[in-house]
Ligand binder design. Structure first.
Ligand code: PGA
Length: 250
């Protein structure tokens, strides 16, 4: 299916010096990776991460961005600013942004637009809450989040969109979706993409699983036909664990 991408989501962890040190640890461990490797750092660490990854096979992601290019938006960072500093990826619509910081499908759509216009590659997060899974509406929720976020995105631009399926109940909880559950929803997202853009774009799009993926369970999850990688939180802060997950993505 899509190209394998293993991306670390460091969340609100690491100072610039700590970020550089962690990347120095990760670098030799992933240098022969057969997948794309990305580290998603806090904004203040991005320059240190860009410096530490220069000339390596590791890409750098921000964890959010604002859609306007510049202006009176105190505290915000634009997609344009990220692109101009050399950042290649941005994680958008993460459930923590949606739950704690008021992000919603329409603001995620605007962020995706801004990021693509700036030339970034988007890692778009979608996923259901536990109550929604129990109600049997996981498919509808993930399809809707995907469709709204991609409103106005062209088939051509989809080469710069990665989707991360992250069931909210599995994030940071140690409760991983089973490989079958992960594959089922990743498959459904691919069908949603096929409906929007056709089978070729759907097949070429990287669809990751995220939510308590770790060194122990990564191989089984990544072996699923519709799982093309992982968005890794906790385990991405440990160089050896992260490298084990990268090695499992073949
Ligand atoms: P986790 O986080 O691996 O710690 O569950 C994943 C994520 O939030 O992207």
């Amino acid at each position: 299916m899509g190209q394998y991408v293993i991306a670390g989501n460091w969340k609100m962890n690491k100072t610039p010096a700590e970020a550089a040190a962690l990347i120095e640890e990760i670098k030799p461990l992933v240098k022969d990776a057969s997948c794309k490797v990305v580290v998603g750092t806090p904004f203040i660490d991005l320059q240190a991460a860009l410096d530490a990854t220069a000339g390596t096979n590791i890409g750098v992601a921000a964890q959010n961005c604002y859609w306007e290019k510049s202006g009176a938006f105190t505290g915000e960072i634009s997609a344009d600013m990220l692109a101009k500093m050399g950042v290649q990826y941005v994680i958008l619509g993460h459930s923590e942004r949606r739950t704690f910081f008021g992000d919603n499908d329409l603001t995620v759509q605007k962020r995706v637009r801004g990021a693509l216009d700036a030339g970034l590659t988007v890692i778009l997060c979608v996923g259901e809450y536990l109550e929604q899974r129990e109600q049997g509406i996981t498919g509808e929720i993930c399809a809707m989040q995907t469709k709204i976020a991609l409103g106005g995105v062209s088939a051509e631009e989809m080469s710069r969109v990665i989707i991360a399926y992250e069931p909210v109940w599995a994030i940071g909880t140690g409760k991983t979706a089973t490989a079958e559950q992960a594959n089922e929803v990743c498959h459904l997202i691919r069908e949603t993409l096929a409906g929007l853009y056709g089978a070729d774009v759907a097949a070429a799009t990287t669809i990751q699983y995220g939510g308590s993926m770790n060194a122990g369970n990564a191989a089984e999850l990544l072996a699923q036909p519709d799982v093309d990688g992982g968005l890794i939180g906790g385990a991405s802060l440990k160089a050896n664990d992260f490298a084990t997950i990268v090695a499992a993505a073949k």
